[in-house]
Design a protein around this ligand. Structure first.
Ligand SMILES: Cc1cc2nc3c(=O)[nH]c(=O)nc-3n(C[C@H](O)[C@H](O)[C@H](O)COP(=O)(O)O)c2cc1C
Length: 106
């Protein structure tokens, strides 16, 4: 578990400083380990890992709705900066999608 308070700011900056990332109740960052998909599907695995991430994020929207919260998918992020913030290599293991969750405005 990452307890470094600077991580949230680094993740926010990697998301082109979209401030609601910093303000979210929780930020989900979905990463992929390429080999886990590629050994079975080859290059087509790249397509599948992004489809998978879309399905997972859709479930975040559904779960958020069920508890009266809001969610927002984020794909506008700087790949290298986000991978660096997560301390993953960006080649074998990389971030594919981000989702934030929070209270809806009252
Ligand atoms: C693949 C993808 C990437 C997105 N990236 C961002 C983003 O980086 N920043 C953002 O504010 N919203 C992002 N969104 C959310 C959309 O801007 C929009 O709010 C969402 O799709 C709901 O749209 P609607 O309320 O018009 O139905 C993204 C949505 C998708 C599907």
């Amino acid at each position: 578990m990452d307890t470094d308070p600077g991580t949230a700011e680094r993740v926010t900056q990697a998301c082109f400083n979209q401030r609601f990332v910093m303000q979210s109740a929780a930020t989900f960052i979905w990463t992929a380990v390429a080999y886990r998909m590629m050994w079975r599907y080859g290059e087509r695995g790249y397509r599948y890992m992004h489809l998978d991430a879309g399905h997972v994020c859709q479930n975040l929207y559904l779960a958020a709705e069920a508890i009266g919260c809001g969610a927002c998918a984020i794909a506008a992020f700087h790949d290298d900066a986000l991978n660096e913030a997560l301390q993953i290599d960006g080649v074998e293991h990389f971030a594919v999608y981000v989702g934030v969750l929070g209270k809806k405005r009252g």
